[in-house]
Design a protein around this ligand. Structure first.
Ligand SMILES: NC(=O)c1ccc[n+]([C@@H]2O[C@H](COP(=O)([O-])OP(=O)(O)OC[C@H]3O[C@@H](n4cnc5c(N)ncnc54)[C@H](OP(=O)(O)O)[C@@H]3O)[C@@H](O)[C@H]2O)c1
Length: 303
């Protein structure tokens, strides 16, 4: 597994990270299988794990903490979020300093960490990133609650604004073949000294052809989520089905090679519930994108 520097944090991370979220953390996905994925990821050299207090109906963070308990975590970058949480059946949002402080304390307990290596504000607005707010976060950092601060947003205006803030060490944005406009943003972020984490690098599975015979609970759950929340991306993903028919490279590897080939990206965070998928993704480390595929992706993006 290839390491990459995470901006100016002084940290190095595996270029493929594990996203502990979605169905991986869902109560319907057995905890033993979830833990096996984490342990296999560690064996394969994954050193970056991303989660959040609001993920998987509030279950993902503590599940990750349990899976990593007793393991040597000294070389790992365990990243979590602040500003959102899960309560009474829905994701709620509170970007106040007091809520963030409480959230950080809870994340430390759930993850079994004295100090959180990396915390991303989960979807802040630009207006919320005031000097007072950032000063307050610095005080929490000074108390050792966390070491590095990031901003996670799918809004390019927010990411762009975060690039000018010296308190912000990393940004997490959606970088995948369906979002070619993120490539220049990622490059600008890296040029500003920020670590760049690519979420949803596999475009949440939207480019893959449907597998009607696949009745695994996770597959059905992902398919229903796509129908409910991501119809436009699912439709756009059809243009990239050619990625999934090659014999020299798998679809997931091609998608990851494209993301990791974007200038400035520090790591891609993949979400999976299958060991064979994890191994397939990890094998993308160090693989370049075949030039003919790079050209076809560019043509499909221009459509
Ligand atoms: N989605 C968001 O809103 C969001 C927001 C902020 C940050 N992030 C970060 O990004 C991470 C990844 O996001 P994500 O899980 O939504 O999207 P993703 O990684 O782009 O895609 C996940 C989908 O790809 C499938 N998959 C994984 N490996 C595969 C392989 N080798 N071959 C074929 N299919 C494969 C998974 O199914 P299987 O389970 O069957 O493998 C799942 O359906 C999150 O865990 C989080 O850390 C996400």
């Amino acid at each position: 597994m290839r390491p990459r520097p995470l901006g100016r944090t002084g940290l190095e991370v595996s270029e493929i990270g594990f996203g502990a979220a979605s169905f991986w953390g869902h109560p319907a996905f057995p905890e033993r299988e979830a833990a096996r994925l984490i342990h296999r990821a560690l064996e394969l050299g994954v050193t970056l794990f991303d989660t959040g207090p609001a993920y998987s109906r509030g279950r993902a963070e503590s599940r990750l903490g349990r899976a990593l308990a007793g393991r040597d975590r000294s070389g790992l970058v365990i990243a979590t979020k602040a500003g959102t949480f899960f309560e009474r059946g829905r994701v709620r949002r509170d970007m106040s300093l007091s809520a963030i402080e409480a959230s950080l304390e809870q994340s430390r307990r759930r993850l079994g960490l004295e100090s959180l290596p990396l915390v991303h504000l989960h979807g802040p607005s630009l207006a919320e990133l005031t000097p007072d707010f950032l000063e307050g976060l610095e005080r929490l950092r000074g108390r050792g609650l966390f070491r590095h601060l990031g901003v996670n947003s799918f809004d390019p205006v927010v990411i762009e604004g975060a690039l000018a803030l010296p308190q912000v060490d990393t940004v997490m944005l959606d970088v995948n073949v369906l979002r070619p406009e993120r490539v220049s943003l990622a490059a600008r972020a890296a040029a500003a000294g920020k670590g760049v984490l690519a979420g949803m690098p596999l475009a949440m599975g939207h480019t893959a052809p449907p597998r009607p015979g696949d009745l695994r609970l996770s597959s059905v759950w992902y398919a229903l989520r796509a129908l409910k929340n991501h119809r436009a991306d699912r439709a756009a993903g059809r243009r990239f089905r050619f990625l999934h028919v090659r014999t020299d490279i798998t679809g997931a590897q091609a998608l990851l090679a494209w993301v990791l080939g974007a200038a400035g990206v520090s790591a891609a965070l993949v979400g999976t519930t299958r060991l064979e998928h994890l191994e397939d993704c990890v094998a993308a480390s160090g693989r370049g994108l075949p030039p003919d595929l790079a050209m076809r992706i560019e043509r499909a993006q221009a459509l």
